[in-house]
Design a protein around this ligand. Structure first.
Ligand SMILES: [Zn+2]
Length: 166
């Protein structure tokens, strides 16, 4: 049975009950994404499925669908990106346990058992944004094509990345 996503993810509890959640958010519900995007009221559809692999390793399979209006890094005009990040995460206690798991999973070592749903979804969305969002046509002349903002999209998700070993 599908239900709305709680504010806090309780990894082992949700996984041991094989819970499935779906919820529609708005871009403005995600503070770190809101700062980048120009479409605050656009919807963000999220599906999360929890399960225990081998009866012991909590896993999250999920997908997110959203449009983001960002500033093109070539002409600074608006560019609309359709993002559909999908993920399969296995939360293991140590590297040895990580080797047991199917290679389709992205392995995360030693995460907290409880964490913020909004921050978790934010990290998955930010990973899916191209480093240099740009129009897919020649929107500026050659001499204007130097990237304007280089640092803005660099690793806003560094914390989660450090937990992922691949
Ligand atoms: Zn452009």
């Amino acid at each position: 049975m599908k239900q709305g996503i709680p504010e806090q993810i309780k990894l082992f509890k949700f996984a041991s009950r094989s819970l499935i959640f779906s919820q529609t958010y708005k871009v403005k519900n995600f503070p770190r994404i809101k700062n980048l995007a120009n479409n605050q009221d656009s919807t963000v559809d999220v599906n999360l499925r929890f399960n225990l692999e081998y009866g012991k390793i909590p896993c999250i399979k999920g997908d997110i669908k959203l449009d983001l209006m960002l500033n093109c890094q070539r002409c600074l005009g608006e560019v609309k990106l359709y993002l559909e990040p999908k993920f399969q995460l296995a939360f293991v206690k140590n590297e040895q346990q990580g080797e047991e798991i199917d290679s389709n999973f992205e392995v995360i070592i030693n995460a907290d058992d409880e964490f913020s749903t909004i921050e978790f979804i934010t990290d998955e969305v930010l990973i899916s944004i191209p480093m240099m969002p740009m129009h897919d046509y020649e929107c500026a002349s050659y001499q204007d094509t130097q990237p304007i903002i280089k640092q803005k999209y660099k690793n806003p998700f560094a914390i989660l990345e450090q937990l992922k070993n691949n």
